[in-house]
Design a protein around this ligand. Structure first.
Ligand code: XMP
Length: 321
């Protein structure tokens, strides 16, 4: 009979057998899969593992801390943090097309990761790369690596020929719920193990329009309020995810205090789903929606309207871009 402890023990053995005395590198995103995969490899081979966290400046409030502080505290992993937010911002300067943004973010990510990997390789040889591939990814792609998606999701494919790794994929036989159990068994905090899905390109694809530092700051503040209120209402596990989107090129007239405002709308996109292939809009309680709306319009300068997306998928995708 399979218990979580036996899954962990078996994977730890398999990783040790595969890796031997070689070194391993892992790109941490803060997501459930890469976190649990890295924690398993850390359990198996300890200091042979180096994790790289590319801070692209497109995270939500508190997410970098979750990786840099909480994940490290729970696992003791060697973490190399690269602050590349300026680089990503200048690469995205003036770009509003969603797929172009994704390509730029993916390209910059690989550049930064490659540079970081070379620095880790410099003193020793690194032969293995950890990937948080799950069983459904394996099935969907017919057993090969990578999946076909309507939108180009970024991962660490596309590295140059002289920097190639063998893959360590300790979650390849597991479903998401098993991955979460393994994460808990390994002592990861619930905030990481139960984190809702968040796209690799981050807030970059939640600003409809060009990405700027000011817009990111505004969206981050609105998103933090929405998440805090949803968490306080105990709705985190009921909701699959709730993108908070800034319509940066749209303005509408409002009135606040003594005067007229001309601000931006924030869209709330709470969805219920099993696998993100289809989704329904979540019927959130009106009082929770009211609190989120009041707080965002009062606390986030430049936002004078909060709107709710009531579209299922299909026809709408979960993200706006
Ligand atoms: P859509 O918007 O296609 O999203 O209905 C389905 C799921 O995928 C996530 N998503 C992404 N994840 N890179 C990612 O890593 C991306 O470019 C990307 N686009 C969408 C989305 O958050 C949802 O969970």
């Amino acid at each position: 009979q399979w218990t979580t402890a036996s899954i962990v023990a078996e994977q730890v053995e398999a990783i040790r057998a595969q890796v031997g005395g070689k070194r391993v590198i892992c790109a941490l995103s803060g997501g459930v899969d890469s976190s649990v995969a890295a924690a398993l490899v850390q359990q198996a081979v300890g200091d042979q593992l180096t994790c790289v966290y590319v801070d692209h400046g497109l995270q939500r409030s508190g997410e970098s801390e979750q990786v840099e502080r909480d994940f490290v505290a729970a696992t003791g992993v060697n973490l190399k943090v690269v602050d590349a937010s300026e680089q990503f911002l200048s690469a995205l300067d003036g770009v509003s097309d969603p797929e172009t943004k994704r390509k730029i973010i993916g390209r910059e990510f690989i550049r930064v990761f490659e540079q970081a990997a070379r620095e880790v390789v410099a003193d020793d040889s690194v032969d293995f790369l950890v990937q948080g591939t799950l069983y459904p990814d394996v099935v969907e792609s017919g057993g090969g690596a990578g999946t076909a998606n309507i939108k180009s999701h970024h991962n660490v494919g596309g590295l140059p020929d002289d920097l190639q790794f063998a893959l360590v994929e300790p979650l390849r036989t597991l479903f998401k719920d098993e991955v979460r159990k393994v994460g808990l068994e390994l002592g990861l905090p619930e905030a990481i193990v139960y984190r809702q899905p968040f796209p690799g390109p981050g807030l970059g694809i939640r600003i409809v329009g060009c990405v700027t530092a000011e817009r990111l700051e505004l969206l981050r503040a609105a998103d933090a309020i929405a998440r805090a209120e949803l968490t306080a209402a105990g709705l985190d596990r009921e909701i699959w995810q709730c993108p908070v989107v800034l319509l940066a090129d749209v303005r509408s007239v409002g009135v606040q205090g003594d005067g007229r405002t001309y601000g931006h709308p924030i869209v709330l996109r709470p969805v219920s789903s099993e696998d993100a292939m289809t989704a329904d809009w979540t019927r959130l309680p009106y009082d929770v929606l009211a609190r989120i709306s009041t707080r965002i319009t009062n606390e986030v300068p430049g936002v004078n309207r909060v709107v709710l997306d009531v579209t299922s998928k299909p026809p709408g995708t979960i993200e706006w871009e």
